[in-house]
Design a protein around this ligand. Structure first.
Ligand SMILES: C[S@@+](CC[C@H](N)C(=O)[O-])C[C@H]1O[C@@H](n2cnc3c(N)ncnc32)[C@H](O)[C@@H]1O
Length: 281
């Protein structure tokens, strides 16, 4: 008999379909135990004894469907993740943007921002540039499908692991741009915070009410989608990326197996390709 510890084939299929329609996340055949681990505590909180009752609850309750999204997404992230991304960003892309003397702010989208560490790391590096380059400005948008992580990102207060590597590898930047303490937590300075916004958004939907971005971070999220949905996500990203812009994906990700309008600059770093086939002008 089914209980909150076991999930029948039929209920697994229904829950996978609900997760897919809510998020686009493709839960593989072998991941039933992941769903059980993530959802069992929720069933307990709701006083439900089996997944059938939970599925029925989901069909009537939009807030519960958001709670499901918050629980099934994997939100692992930390400041200064994958240092070579930041080396390219700081030493190649941003100086190139500044050299072209663009008379507008550099705009960054941290798509799948999770709890905000990627957006705030970007802010730290761009604030460094701002202190050195004349009239340089920037704006950063972080989005994620999980309402829980957007709340954490908006609060922007970190303790322990999320900041540990950054603090150890870049103590100079940490001292200049982070305020707080180990007890109360650390936040980036208010100058940086004032240039960062977070909002909820699904990558499978077009992002509305926004100008184009110069930099899009789409890191460690493509792995959760089918190839067809990855193509949809990359099409949206392409339409929002400036022709001279850059796209960063995650260390274990590649665009080789899908059809996109991007070409590789180096592994995990891409630029848009114009319709005619050459690099965008
Ligand atoms: C592993 S985190 C990556 C965080 C950050 N980009 C990094 O690389 O450190 C993946 C994030 O993707 C988000 N996500 C999953 N499906 C999504 C979707 N359809 N639209 C937007 N975000 C999604 C999850 O909520 C999660 O916070």
């Amino acid at each position: 008999m089914e209980s909150s510890k076991t999930m029948s084939d039929g209920d697994f299929a229904k829950l996978r379909a609900i997760v897919y329609s809510q998020t686009g996340i493709n839960i593989g055949d072998s991941r039933r135990s992941l769903l059980v681990t993530r959802l069992r505590p929720r069933l307990r909180d709701l006083g439900l004894t089996d997944y059938k009752a939970y599925i029925s609850r989901l069909s009537q309750d939009a807030a519960e469907r958001q709670e499901l999204t918050n629980r099934v997404t994997t939100n692992e992230t930390y400041f200064y993740r994958t240092p070579r991304v930041w080396t390219y960003f700081n030493e190649v892309y941003v100086p190139g943007f500044i050299r072209k003397a663009q008379n507008r702010p550099l705009r960054v989208w941290s798509a799948a921002a999770s709890t905000g560490e990627e957006a705030y790391t970007t802010g730290v590096f761009l604030e460094e540039m701002r202190s050195r380059a004349d009239r340089f400005e920037y704006a950063i948008l972080g989005t994620d499908i999980s309402s829980r992580v957007i709340d954490v990102a908006t609060a922007g207060l970190y303790k322990g692991r999320p900041v540990a590597r950054f603090r150890q590898d870049r103590p100079d930047l940490f001292a200049r741009h982070m305020t707080g303490s180990d007890e109360s937590g650390w936040q980036v300075t208010s100058q940086i915070r004032s240039r960062i916004r977070f909002r909820q958004h699904s990558l499978l939907d077009p992002l509305k009410n926004t100008a184009q971005f110069d930099v899009i971070f789409l890191r460690n999220v493509l792995i959760y989608f089918t190839a067809a949905d990855q193509e949809v996500i990359l099409k949206h990203a392409r339409s929002l990326l400036h022709p001279d812009g850059v796209l960063f994906i995650g260390e274990s990700e590649s665009l080789k197996h899908i059809n996109t309008d991007f070409e590789q600059v180096e592994p995990i770093i891409y630029r848009p390709v114009s319709r005619s086939g050459g690099p965008a002008a």
